[in-house]
Design a protein around this ligand. Structure first.
Ligand code: F0G
Length: 476
């Protein structure tokens, strides 16, 4: 037999026990959390697929690096290690560390956006758009139509539609466009990558008009992997080379190091322009901390430097995306409606197809995430109308084309057996979708409402009615 199974490229040195709960306990927990998985206590969660953000397992080398923290207020040696790693792997000239990605977005938005500006981007991300709007700007979506189409299987669904970008430039003029925000492995589209050809074309078009391109490099390493395996001409290039090439077409980046870079906290802003770097260093002192620590401990910067180097290793990234594809493959085989191609950081369920009986204004993806938790203790998150929020002008709910539940896979944390359990519980729900009940708001926060909103079922008290099928209960 020639078959060789795939396995995680690490062995486990330390374990963290998981707590199993009963369906009764989970019904009480989700009701107490206002049917919002963000408001659950993590001790009530069995397999936590809420996010891949800050949830990675660190390597033994990173844990060793923690002990090398130089906690000097200024000029910590760890800052210089981080600077070396960012120069080597991302290639930008100036590094400004921040406590996480949105710290970098805040500084970038504040220093570059004037009231009345527009910021084109390949789909919005929640925190990114919120900071653009707080600075007086407006986000304009320039992603290709394929990204909004759950049936499209294009390999680079994150690509910018260059005609849409040109139209925005023609309509508003370059003086109203402080920069184009180019996101790698577009999160809200299902972790869909951007091709190198498209990145280069966006860079060239913007630079012809004197417009800067700022990369959201949060998942740029995952994007580099997809370029390697999907784009002609890149199969023989290393992830490291591809990552640098991506960045070379842009003028700077924001990065949430809590994802690709394998740390539990941290982020950074990079720019090539000297004057912008000076402005960013002035601002980081106000909002984050001195420019050589940006809200982080020395040890945090050390583990980030090590994590960045580990993130570009081929075995690591292949296994990381391989695990996501493994889970997606199990669901696909069972006919569960998911976004295809399977993205980099998670599998996204199409809640509109999964729960056709729940109208959009009863938030099917929110209901599905809550119901899945009750079913099996697996925690996921809504990425649909609740996340999209309200139109800043009309204050009406935005109903994006995609109404998704995200099963986000932390890096190096779970095994394939956890993926099996997750898939089985989703398939169980998929066999009896009418058990799931829609939701309505009972409280709605003003900013980034999905994090703290509370809901109630539109009928009865349960988001998931008990199964009529005997024995169809769940992982206990
Ligand atoms: N950009 C992207 C594409 C992100 O996915 C995130 C965070 C950020 C910026 C902000 O970074 O959290 O470090 O402040 N995404 C997390 C998620 C929250 O669950 O997708 P942050």
């Amino acid at each position: 037999m020639n078959k060789r199974s795939w396995a995680e490229p690490f062995k486990i040195k330390m374990v963290e026990p998981l707590r199993m709960t009963t369906p009764d306990e989970r019904e009480a927990a989700i009701a107490g959390a206002g049917f919002n998985t963000f408001l659950l206590r993590s001790e009530d969660v069995y397999i936590d697929l809420l996010t891949d953000s800050g949830t990675s397992a660190m390597s033994d080398r990173q844990w060793a690096g923690l002990m090398l923290g130089d906690e000097a207020y200024a000029g910590s040696v760890n800052y210089y290690h981080l600077e070396d790693a960012v120069h080597r792997y991302y290639g930008y000239k100036h590094l400004i560390p921040t406590h996480q990605g949105r710290g970098a977005e805040h500084i970038l938005s504040r220093m570059m956006i004037k009231p009345g500006d527009v910021v084109p981007g390949n789909m919005y991300f929640t925190t990114t758009r919120a900071h653009q709007e707080l600075a007086g700007g407006r986000f304009v979506d320039i992603i290709g139509d394929a990204a909004h189409d759950v049936t499209s299987t294009e390999p680079f669904k994150g690509n910018v539609d260059l005609k849409k970008l040109q139209a925005v430039i023609d309509t508003y003029g370059p003086s109203k466009i402080p920069y184009v925000n180019l996101q790698c492995c577009v999160n809200m589209a299902g972790g869909q990558p951007v091709s190198m050809e498209n990145i280069a074309a966006v860079g060239a078009l913007c630079h012809r008009h004197g417009i800067k391109v700022m990369l959201d490099a949060t998942r740029a390493v995952e994007n580099a992997y997809f370029i390697k395996v999907r784009e002609p001409g890149y199969a023989k290039k290393s992830i490291e080379e591809i990552l640098r090439e991506i960045c070379s077409h842009t003028d700077g980046c924001t990065n949430s190091a809590k994802k690709d870079s394998l740390v539990n906290i941290g982020g950074f802003l990079c720019v090539n322009d000297d004057a912008l770097a000076e402005e960013a260093r002035n601002m980081v002192v106000l909002f984050e901390g001195l420019h050589t620590y940006g809200g982080l401990a020395g040890r945090d910067m050390e583990v980030m430097a090590i994590g960045i180097a580990e993130s570009v290793q081929y075995d690591h990234i292949r296994a990381r995306i391989g695990q996501v594809e493994y889970l997606g493959g199990l669901l696909e085989k069972a006919g569960v409606p998911i976004i295809r191609p399977i993205g980099g950081h998670g599998v996204f369920l199409d809640a509109l197809k999964f729960l056709p009986h729940i109208p959009r204004d009863q938030f099917p993806a929110q209901a599905l995430a809550a119901a899945l938790y009750v079913e099996s203790g697996v925690r996921t998150m809504e990425r649909g109308a609740v996340s999209a929020g309200r139109d800043p002008d009309t204050r009406q709910n935005i109903f994006p084309k995609l109404e998704l539940v995200r099963l986000t896979i932390p890096r190096r944390v779970y095994t394939q057996a956890h993926m099996d359990v997750t898939a089985e519980s989703i398939i169980t729900l998929f066999e009896e979708p009418e058990r799931v009940v829609g939701l309505r708001f009972t409280s709605e926060p003003k900013y980034l409402r999905f994090f703290q909103a509370r809901f109630e079922p539109t009928q009865g008290d349960l988001v998931l009615n008990r199964s009529a099928k005997a024995g169809a209960a769940s992982a206990r």
